[in-house]
Every structure is written in C-alpha cells, then in structure tokens.
Design a protein. Sequence first.
Length: 429
Amino acid sequence: MRTALMLAGWTGLGPTAFEAAAQDRPLTAEFAEVYRVGGLDAPTWAQFGDPLFGGALPMGFDGAGNLHVLDPDASQVVVIDGRGELVRTVGRKGEGPGEFIRPIEMGVWRDGRFVVMDPGHQAFQIFGPDGELDHFVKTGGAPIFVRFLATRVDPREDAMIVQGPPPNPARWAIAESVTGTRPDERVDDRGLERLSLRADVMTVEPLLQAWRIPRDEDEWPRPEDLRDASPADLARMASEIEGRRRYLEPELLWDIMPDGTIAYCDSSDYAVKLVRSGGGVTDALRRPVPPEPVTQRTRTALIAEEIRIERLYIEEIASQGGTMPIQEMFNESRRQIENGEFFAEVPVVRGVRATWEGGLWVQRRGDEPWDEEGPIDVFGVDRGYVGTLAAGAPGMPAAFGPDGLVAFWEPGDLDVPEIVVRRLPAPLR
C-alpha cells in the first residue's frame, strides 16, 4: 500500500504530512443554485447526448465563468455563460478543420481556450476564446485506440495531463495488426504523463508512476502467442484480460491544482500525496480514517451486489429486443464476478478534486464497501482541514469554476440529466 514515486523531471524530498483532526468537523452550507440547463424541455443545444463511455460528459469552466460542455453525440462544444444562456456552439460532424469525427475528451484553460481530443482525426484541436480553431496537434505514431482514464489541462502551459488505460497486451496487438505499427510504450492506469500541445505534433513526458499490486507473469499472453494469434483469438484474449476482476484494488485518483501540483492517492490508506513539478517537494494530506479489512462478509456482499447490477444491465439489453444470447452473456458475467480476486482492505479514498482556488476535496467511501459516494473532506488552500460534507450534500462536483461556481450532473424529470450550476460559500472554495 505504498507508492513508487516519480519519473522524469519529478523528484521527492521526503513527505511532510499534514495531519487532519481525528474527528469529522461537520460542514453545513447552502449551495445556492445559479442556473440549470438540460432536461426534458431543453432547447436543442441543451439536449445533451449520452456519454460515450459512461459517467458524465466532459465539462470545465473558464476564468470568466463560462461553462464548456463537450457533447459527443452532437459533435459540438456548448459554451454557457454565467446566467445559463447559450454563448455559442463550436464544431459539427465532419472531417474538416474545426469539425469532429469522434470527439471524446475536452479541457478548458482559464483564458477561455479549450482543447478537444478526437481519435477520428488522430489529433487535438485547440480553439481560441472566441471559438475559432487555433491549430491542430497531431498525435503522431500509431493511432489512439484506447481512451485515457482521466485527463486534465495543464494550467501552466499548452499541455494535457493524462492517465493511461489499464494494461492489455492483446489490445495493443490488435492495434498493431490493424495499423501495421506497434503503439508507443505509454503509461498505463497507474501512471500519468504530460502531452505537450505546443507544436504541430504532440510530445510525451512521463510524470508519475504510482504503486501497483504485483502481477503474476502468467497473467499475460506470451509474446509468441500474440504474434501468432488470429484476430478472433486476439479479441478473445483482450476480453479475458478485461474480464479479470480484482475487487477493491485501490485506484489511482488524482487532480491537478492551479499551480501545477498534482494531488493523488494510490493506496487503501487515507494519504493524498502532493507532488510539485520542478520544486520536487512531496507532501501528504492524511486523516486518521483507517481502511477496513476485507472479510468473508465483505466478499459475499460485494459479489451479490455485482451480480445484481449485472442482472439489471442484462435485463436492459434484453428489453431492447434482438437476438443476443442473453442468458449465456449473464452466465459468463456471473462466472467472472464469482471468480474475482479481492484486495486485502477496503480503500478509504474514492475521489480527489482540486478547487479553483487551490483547495482539495477528498471523497471517502460510503457505508458499504462498494459505495463511492461517501462524505467529502474539505481542505483549504493552506492544506488545513476545514471540515466534512455529509454524503450526498450535494456530492462531488463535475467541475469547479471561479467565484465559487461548481457544476453538477443531476437527474431531472424522467431521469433526463440536467447540468446544475451552484455557488460555494467562501470557506469551501
């Protein structure tokens, strides 16, 4: 449960722990609603499509308080002002400059510029504050086939900080068989890298490699098996790798702060590490909230919950008709669920987000081991513990903005999602 720190350009001088008080200090605050958009009766521009990969659509504020939302279904970026009115839409479906083929990620700088990652173009498109295309940055090398797990713009320069996908040698072999080019060796889901977007072709700099549970050598296909495999066999291998489950394995959770500091947690302990580029100082925010050991009850309850969720998913597929082998799909999913391995402890931290001013919100687990929506500890710009927001009051924002603005996705009528922008009181910023 410890961390292997720092790659190129980053050095650690030994951690300085900012220890928070042992007991929660409850925070009760009003999150005043500023505006909401979307929902059943929304205008066309606010009828946001479904996210391509689940979760929420990418969004971010600029320094003027304008909210930018990437809507992949509509192949456009929607810019909304501080009153909830449409400023402009940017982009459309197409293959030309300023058009999108398959936009999947977006980041917004404070000066109003924004960047859209589009694997269809094999490029990043950077737009000015007026919504006009500024320039293309090609990815170079092999095409991007796998989405990054998380992305943030670097607040100090034209760059993005990205977290790689889970390792899967079979997926890379598929990419090589399609393109004829072996993909570059890149960070996986336990690492971060900086993609510089200053030139016509992006350049890559590794930043951080987090701790990972040691893997058995026989978990991966042998190189000769990959080399000789048919496309169908490669697809099967890739699916088998992705189907392996390690319940409660700590994720790499992170965000980038206004000064470029990266805050991250990579273990089951309550330890949010702060790594500053160049200066090389590593600190840690800690609270005495120990991880819970995994028991047989934990295993039984979590497997039952996973099967329940999978059953709902399969039933939803079945309700849409078609000829898919629904029962066979469920049986295979259940087999994978029941054969999953378990980490030894239930991780405490489930989310790390930096505020606009440089504070930190750290979300803890809920009552059940699988509950990601627990209470949120608020740390100020000075790294001091401010207090704890109760679970669901109202939860972790999708984006933080200036003057205390925060954006949330909330279900509206008939569960059609709406974007709700609220304002934080000063102590929580």
